[in-house]
Design a protein. Structure first.
Length: 582
């Protein structure tokens, strides 16, 4: 009996030792796997039986000033496959995907992807609307075809179609902004993708309770613009009609709040539709308001007069003797209408848009003084608007001017500008002589709803209040019954404005093309307490089209809509009578 007990105890002791040895071996091996060879085994695990999954961060919305969506993201799916599981059934899978997803799937190319050798992961179709992708996945499931997976994604969409397209821009296939606000605020709009890696069975099913690694997704921030969606829609339609009816190559319409320099509407025609990808060629996707340069013509006379008024050299009733023509540096200059020697006031020069009267007045300034004022008004430099690709325009140094340069620049030829530069300059006259930088974005909003205003640059004075008021009186004469743009009148409101007609320059030769013009109208209202400034530009309209007859009616309609939309009441006063002759 005693011997049996002793034997049993020895056996128990040996078993215990054996158990400790076994656990010791497993423990050592576990330590090696987790501590020493963890990265190697993790890599092997991923290659053998794990499925990576990305949770794309939705791109932030672009909103109008009232919170309406101008650009947003909707749920989509990216369809992927594991070729080690799909190679055998590749033709059947490709056929179903082609039937359900249509032209997004190339049948033969998809078969090649499904049979990719030595691969466990391939992309089949990116950014498919979820409801469409679900149909394809359900059909594959019904056919008991495995190895095809779906990852969440986001599809960029523009609810207004072509609405403000050149302002908003668009994104490329990788979801990166490549134009407009999509490009300018790409970092703000782009969120941080989430990710996870989990183990899957040989049939592609996720293994419950298996190890996984997760990184949290952070959505992109929203960008709130200064644009009013309804005004933008109306201006888009009105400008498109004007470009079509005048047979113009292109047109622009921009409206700015002169007190804040916020752009409330910025239209271009022709344009494009990023939602349907129609019209997306270089001529339509370029933002002409900030990237196109052109000679502005007579709208520039307002700047010349403002410079003279600021120096005390001119007033609205200043008499100017206007010759029938001038020959400067062997270059003959005339007005758009034939006349002999006439006597106009400074207001009459602006009201009738006399090139010759402007030249005579501008000769009171030296080349350097005139150049300095034009520089103060922002020409030859970016306007500072928060949009990409802005041009500096062209203003040659005053030290190199000839007499002909001085003369032609005074009435808007021989100088190249962008529409935004002209908005900023004439906006300074409307804003009592203070110029500020135009802006199209007011704030950003993070995913927690916190709104952060976008910093603005303080305005700077370029001419005195009196000088600005003097030029405003001159500009009101333009929209009078006997001015060049009575079509710009708005019932109940005082309107100040200026027409523009400039010869177009042939980019290939640098020479003017006779018979081809860029016509425009710039105006603000109410003239006695300015709120909005609207600029209309039509390039290469039908022969003999002028700013007063072609652009001014478009101004009238868009400005009227802006005043109504923002509840700007009529001032009730009438424009003062300013004599045009002496």
């Amino acid at each position: 009996m005693t011997e049996r007990v002793i034997l049993t105890r020895r056996r128990l002791r040996l078993c215990t030792i054996f158990v400790f040895v076994v656990f010791g071996v497993f423990g050592a091996r576990l330590f090696q796997i987790q501590g020493i060879d963890s990265s190697a085994y993790a890599a092997a695990s991923i290659a053998a039986g794990t499925q990576p999954k990305t949770e794309p961060a939705p791109r932030g919305n672009i909103l109008d000033r009232n919170g309406a969506q101008l650009a947003t993201s909707v749920a989509g799916l990216t369809i992927t496959a594991d070729p080690s599981m799909t190679a055998e059934n590749a033709p059947q899978i490709a056929r179903i995907l082609r039937e359900k997803l249509g032209d997004d799937v190339d049948y033969f190319d998809t078969i090649d992807k499904l049979r990719t050798p030595d691969s466990r992961f391939v992309y089949l179709v990116r950014d498919v609307p979820k409801w469409t992708a679900d149909k394809a996945l359900d059909a594959l499931s019904d056919a008991k075809l495995t190895g095809v997976f779906a990852q969440k994604g986001n599809i960029r969409t523009y609810p207004g179609g072509s609405l403000a397209a050149n302002l908003l821009g668009y994104v490329n296939g990788a979801g990166k902004g490549v134009a407009g606000l999509e490009q300018q605020y790409d970092k703000t709009l782009t969120g941080t993708d989430g990710s996870s890696t989990y183990e899957v069975s040989p049939t592609g099913q996720r293994i419950p309770m298996a190890d996984s690694r997760i990184t949290k997704m952070v959505p992109g921030e929203d960008v709130k613009t200064t644009i009013d969606r309804d005004l933008q829609w109306y201006a888009d339609q009105r400008l498109t009609d004007a470009v079509r009816s005048s047979s113009s190559d292109w047109g622009l319409a921009i409206t700015m709040d002169v007190k804040t320099c916020q752009i409330v509407q910025m239209s271009q025609a022709p344009t494009f539709d990023a939602d349907t990808r129609t019209g997306m060629d270089d001529s339509n996707t370029v933002s002409r308001a900030v990237q196109n340069v052109y000679e502005p013509g007579s709208v520039m006379k307002t700047v010349t007069m403002a410079a003279l008024a600021d120096q005390g050299k001119i007033a609205a009733d200043t008499p100017i003797s206007v010759p029938s023509s001038l020959t400067i540096d062997k270059f003959r200059i005339g007005d758009y209408w034939e006349h002999g020697n006439i006597k106009l006031t400074a207001a009459g020069v602006i009201a009738l848009s006399s090139n010759l009267g402007t030249i005579v007045a501008s000769q009171q300034m030296s080349d350097q003084t005139m150049y300095d004022y034009f520089s103060k008004f922002g020409f030859g430099q970016k306007s500072g608007v928060d949009l990409p690709g802005e041009s500096n325009g062209i203003l040659t140094d005053g030290k190199s001017w000839t007499k002909a340069n001085h003369a032609t620049i005074s009435f808007g030829q021989g100088i190249s500008v962008t529409a935004m530069q002209m908005m900023r300059a004439v906006g300074a006259i409307a804003n009592a002589g203070t110029m500020c930088e135009p802006t199209v974005v007011s704030s950003t909003i993070d995913h927690d709803g916190k709104e952060s205003p976008v910093a603005s640059t303080p305005g700077r004075r370029v001419v005195s209040k009196d000088a600005a008021a003097t030029v405003t009186r001159m500009m009101e004469a333009v929209t009078a019954d006997d001015g060049t743009a009575p079509a710009a009148q708005i019932e109940g409101y005082r309107v100040a404005g200026k027409t523009g007609t400039a010869w177009r320059v042939d980019p290939a030769t640098g020479r003017y093309i006779r018979g081809q013009n860029t016509v425009s109208f710039m105006g603000f209202a109410p003239a006695d307490n300015p709120r909005f400034l609207t600029y209309i530009v039509l390039d290469k309209p039908y022969s003999n089209a002028g700013g007063g007859s072609t652009a001014a009616p478009v101004f009238h309609d868009i400005m009227s809509m802006a005043l109504e939309r923002f509840g700007v009441a009529p001032s009730g006063s009438k424009s003062p009578k300013v004599e045009q002759t002496w």
